[in-house]
Each structure stands twice: as structure tokens, then as C-alpha cells.
Design a protein around this ligand. Structure first.
Ligand SMILES: Nc1ncnc2c1ncn2[C@@H]1O[C@H](COP(=O)(O)OP(=O)(O)OP(=O)(O)O)[C@@H](O)[C@H]1O
Ligand SMILES: [Mg+2]
Length: 439
């Protein structure tokens, strides 16, 4: 099936060319010549990606973006900017645009970004069998998943970035009686502050500027299923009382609604921040934390369960070789040793990315250290300190250093830095924002 792309652009000639380029590359395209018309097409046609110009009349690209965040938050939006409007584009990125492209539009780059946007939006189907690792720690986690899935109590999942918090949350859903109900994820760190309330609780048409239609919030969408509040530590403090009320009472009141709606949900939440420290600094409410963490699950860092590394590496090698339609590669013993000696600040996600690249670049039968990134081969000679249990601080610092180093090595080109780190551009931007890293 052809992917549906909506282009909103007021320059007729450019619009025609872009439509032609995308159609020639196998996309189904609809166009609009200003924001108002664009919003109309968006509502009726359900595109998978939206590309919009910024400066248009009477309704500009910024309004289109705000409309999208409120009404179709999962749909990636790409901004086209003319020379001189980069600052507005940066604001657009903060509100949640997927990416921006400067004019004149480089067609190849546009096609690449659209491809990335479509991939970023694809959800991986995963189940309990996909949870790899037979270390004592992982076996205990699997047992706990089954136990915690058997109740409706809230579960709080804590652990460094990339340790598997989300895959565990999905596994709890799949192992529970709610498995045929929805699994709804809200990333509290990725949604702009002013939109979170509507994202969680929904709104009524006309309840504020931009609310052009009723919207069901995540609580109602997750009815009879599981609501996963990801990056809960980033939830603004002023919204925490309303969330506490919803969690306690299992009823919610959408913005602008006059009466509450009951919901039947199991709530899972996760963060890589240290909420206890945040509570002591009055950045997170203790009452909400205790409500959410009836049961706590701590995900160990990969460096603390090194026996899982080879198992995961072999699993990912097989997965990617099948995906790349290659015969399944072996991994040299020495390369396994190198992987086991590395400190994995990005945990399982980092290992997965490293193996993906190795599987792609390896043109022999066996993956060797030549196929591993320099940083991993180097660190084997100068390993990082292993005692990083107090990850609240250490993890953040390591992540910041890694981001900074990658950006500096790539002359602050975000695309290249993201490639180097093996993460998507949107993931990179989100991390830069989180740590306040600017050039
Ligand atoms: N035990 C595991 N077996 C197989 N794959 C795993 C395992 N744990 C994590 N992964 C994979 O590693 C990647 C990162 O996991 P996940 O997104 O669950 O981490 P996270 O803790 O939520 O990270 P973040 O804090 O950055 O959001 C995912 O692609 C996931 O499928
Ligand atoms: Mg996560």
C-alpha cells in the first residue's frame, strides 16, 4: 500500500514539483495551498506524514503544527523553512515537529526525512518471548512480569535509558487479562507542556483556541487496557494533582467537560530519573509517586548483567540478518569479549544499534572488531568505571558526554551525530533538549 503524504505550501510551482517528486517515488500525495485548506485535508484524509511551509496566509504552518499536536499527535510533521526563518523552525521543533528542511528543498533529503518519519512511527510488535537474557536478574524480571500482570495494581519501572523499560511494560500488558484491550503510551517528556493535559484527559470542542473537535485523551483511549506513562519524571508539577486524582478515582474530566467519565485501566509508568531525589527537591509529588509505585520494578543496567551481552548480541544479529536478507552471521569470540568489556552507557538499545550496523557492514561470514564502532574498541583498552550504581547522576553525565562528543566530531551536524550514535534524529533532539545541550 502506498504511504499517504500531505503537502501544504503556498508557492504553486514548488508545490507541483514536490508532488511530482513524491509521486514518482511511490507515495500517494494530496496538496493544499494554505494552512486552513491543509487542516481540512488532514482531517478528512488521514495522511501518515505532513509536510508544511511555515509562512502562509491566512493560517500559517505553526497553526497547522499546533492543530496536529492536539488532534493527531502521532503523525510526524516536517517543516519547510525559507532563508531567515530558522528561529521559527527551532520553536516548531520544540512544539513537536519531526524535522525541518531549509529551502530550496533538497529532494533527496526530503525523501530521506519522510522515510525516517515513517519508520519512527512504526510500532514494533513484541511479546514476552522477545525478552532475551537468562541472567539471574533477567529471570527474576520475567517472573515479576507474570506476577505483576496478574493484578490491576500500578507498576513503576525504573532504570537507565535503554534498559528495556518499555518492552517490559508491553510484556506486562501482553501477559495480563487486559491483553485484548489497548496499550496506550504517553511520553510525558516529548509532549509540549501546554498540550499534556489534553493529551492525558482529552478536551471538548471549543474549550480553548485550537480545540476544533472533541478529543479523547489517553485515559479514555486506554479504557479496558493499559496506560503507560513514559518518562513520568518529566510531567510538569502543576499537572500532578490532576493525574493523582485520576489515578486514585479512576475517573477523568476532559478539559471543558462538565461531568467525569469512569475508566477501567491498569497504569504503568517509567522513568530513568531518580524520583526520590526529585521528591526531596520538591520537583515531584510524593503522594503521586506512592500511588504510581504500588509495585516497583528496577531494570538493571546492561553492565551489571554482562552474561546477557553475548545472548543479546546473537539474538540481534539473527534478527537483523533476517531483516537484511543476509545469511545469519557469526560473531568472533574476540568481538564478543570486546562487547562484554564495554560499559554500555546506552544499555540494550546501544547494543542493538551496534549490532544492526555490524550486520549491515559486515561482508564476511563473521562479525569481527572491525565491524564495531571505534568507541567500543577503544574503551576496551580504557574501560569506564564499573561502579555506576547511583545512575541518577552518572548516567546523565555519561549521556551528556556522549552527545557532546558525537556532535563535536560531526561539526554539530545533527543528522550525522544521530547516525554515529545509532539513534534517530528525533531521539537525538529529544535528548539534547532534555540535557539543555546547545552549540
Ligand atoms: N531483554 C531484551 N531483549 C530483547 N530486546 C530488548 C530487551 N530489552 C530491551 N530490548 C530492546 O532494546 C531497545 C530499548 O528498550 P526500551 O525502549 O524498552 O528501553 P527503555 O528503558 O524504555 O529506554 P528509554 O529510557 O531510553 O526510553 C528496544 O528496541 C527493545 O526492544
Ligand atoms: Mg522508554
Amino acid at each position: 500500500m502506498k504511504h499517504k503524504i500531505l503537502i501544504i505550501e503556498d508557492e504553486t510551482r514548488l508545490l507541483r514539483i514536490l508532488k511530482m517528486v513524491l509521486t514518482d517515488n511511490g507515495y500517494q500525495v494530496k496538496t493544499a495551498q494554505d494552512g486552513q485548506q491543509g487542516i481540512g485535508v488532514w482531517t478528512q484524509w488521514n495522511p501518515e506524514v505532513v509536510v508544511t511551509d511555515l509562512k502562509m496566509r491566512p493560517v500559517d504552518g505553526m497553526e497547522v503544527l499546533k492543530f496536529g499536536r492536539l488532534n493527531f499527535p502521532d503523525i510526524p510533521l516536517i517543516i519547510l523553512t525559507a532563508f531567515g526563518s530558522i528561529e521559527t523552525a527551532v520553536i516548531a521543533m520544540k512544539i513537536g515537529a519531526f524535522d525541518f528542511l531549509s529551502k530550496p528543498v533538497d529532494h533527496k533529503q526530503l525523501l530521506e526525512i519522510i522515510e525516517q518519519a515513517l519508520v519512527a512511527n512504526k510500532k514494533e510488535p513484541e511479546s514476552l518471548e522477545d525478552l532475551i537474557g537468562s541472567s539471574v536478574e533477567m529471570e527474576q524480571i520475567k517472573k515479576n512480569i507474570l506476577l505483576f500482570a496478574s493484578t490491576d495494581s500500578s507498576v513503576f519501572i525504573n532504570g537507565e535509558s535503554g534498559t528495556g523499560k518499555e518492552i517490559v511494560a508491553r510484556s506486562i500488558h501482553k501477559a495480563s487479562e487486559r491483553k485484548n484491550g489497548p496499550f496506550v503510551k504517553v511520553n510525558c517528556a516529548a509532549i509540549p507542556r501546554e498540550l499534556i493535559e489534553s493529551e492525558l484527559f482529552g478536551h471538548k470542542k471549543g474549550s480553548f483556541t485550537g480545540a476544533i473537535q472533541d478529543r479523547k485523551g489517553a485515559f479514555i483511549q486506554a479504557d479496558k487496557g493499559v496506560l503507560f506513562l513514559d518518562e513520568i519524571g518529566d510531567l510538569p508539577i502543576e499537572l500532578q494533582p490532576k493525574l493523582l486524582h485520576a489515578v486514585e478515582e479512576k475517573t477523568i474530566t476532559p478539559i471543558g467537560a462538565s461531568s467525569p467519565t469512569p475508566v477501567s485501566i491498569k497504569i504503568l509508568s517509567a522513568t530513568n530519573l531518580n524520583l526520590e531525589v526529585m521528591i526531596s527537591e520538591s520537583k515531584f509529588r510524593a503522594d503521586l509517586f506512592y500511588r504510581l509505585s504500588t509495585i516497583c520494578l528496577n531494570m538493571p543496567a546492561l553492565r551489571d548483567k554482562p552474561t546477557d551481552i553475548s545472548e543479546l548480541a546473537l539474538f540481534f544479529t539473527k534478527k537483523f540478518c533476517l531483516e537484511f536478507k543476509k545469511p545469519v552471521l557469526k560473531i568472533a569470540d574476540k568481538a564478543i569479549q570486546t562487547l562484554e568489556n564495554y560499559s554500555w552507557p546506552g544499555n540494550i538499545r546501544e547494543l542493538k544499534n551496534v549490532i544492526e550496523r555490524a550486520a549491515l557492514t559486515c561482508n564476511k561470514e563473521t562479525i569481527t572488531h572491525d565491524n564495531l564502532p571505534e568507541i567500543i574498541n577503544k574503551e576496551t583498552i580504557h574501560p569506564l568505571p564499573q561502579n555506576t550504581k547511583d545512575h541518577g547522576f552518572d548516567m546523565a553525565t555519561q549521556e551528556q558526554n556522549l552527545l557532546q562528543a558525537a556532535l563535536e566530531q560531526c561539526g554539530w551536524n545533527q543528522s550525522n551525530a544521530a547516525k554515529k550514535l545509532g539513534i534517530t534524529r528525533s531521539a537525538l533532539r529529544y535528548r539534547l533538549q532534555k540535557h539543555g545541550i546547545k552549540k
